[in-house]
Design a protein around this ligand. Structure first.
Ligand code: RB5
Length: 155
């Protein structure tokens, strides 16, 4: 499983520390930026990570901004993405078990490295439970289909 990781400037420091730990632990991590603490716009990074994860069944994403809210809103605009903002290990675990979240969003200005790693491990270490939860996810997909505009064909 590949981990596609991205942040804005508010999540940059935490992202850097998490990538180091996750790589040391043997995870295959791809860093989608940002690459400095200079101010940038979270939708730019959130979109790139979400598009990458939506295209690849073998990829999961981790997104970090200051609150986690902007990245959550952004990523959830991409069809096929279920981005969950984690606020403790319980929410991280159930984001996978019940919601099959393919992106975990972390707030860069709320928790430190250890708590963030604990949430990532809780999410990665849990399997989707399926059954009634699959039915609910199918309903979310139906909502996406209802509102997606068909892409205009290129002339
Ligand atoms: C950046 O200052 C901040 O607005 C951003 O990181 C995030 O918290 C937005 O939701």
């Amino acid at each position: 499983m590949k981990l596609i990781v991205g942040s804005d400037h508010a999540g940059y420091e935490l992202k850097t520390r998490l990538i180091k730990e996750l790589s040391l632990a043997g995870e295959a991590v791809e860093d989608y930026g940002t690459s400095t603490e200079e101010s940038c716009d979270y939708p730019d990074i959130g979109l790139k990570v979400a598009e990458r994860v939506a295209k690849d069944q073998k990829a999961l994403g981790i997104l970090i901004c200051g609150t986690g809210i902007g990245m959550s809103i952004t990523a959830n605009k991409v069809p096929g993405i279920r981005a969950a903002l984690a606020y403790n290990t319980y929410s991280a675990q159930y984001a996978r078990e019940h919601n099959d979240a393919n992106i975990l969003v972390l707030p860069g200005r709320v928790f430190g490295k250890e708590m963030s790693l604990a949430m990532i491990r809780a999410w990665l270490g849990t399997r989707f439970a399926g059954e009634r939860h699959q039915r609910r996810i199918d309903k979310i997909s139906d909502i996406e289909k209802k509102y997606i505009q068909p892409a205009k064909e290129k002339a």
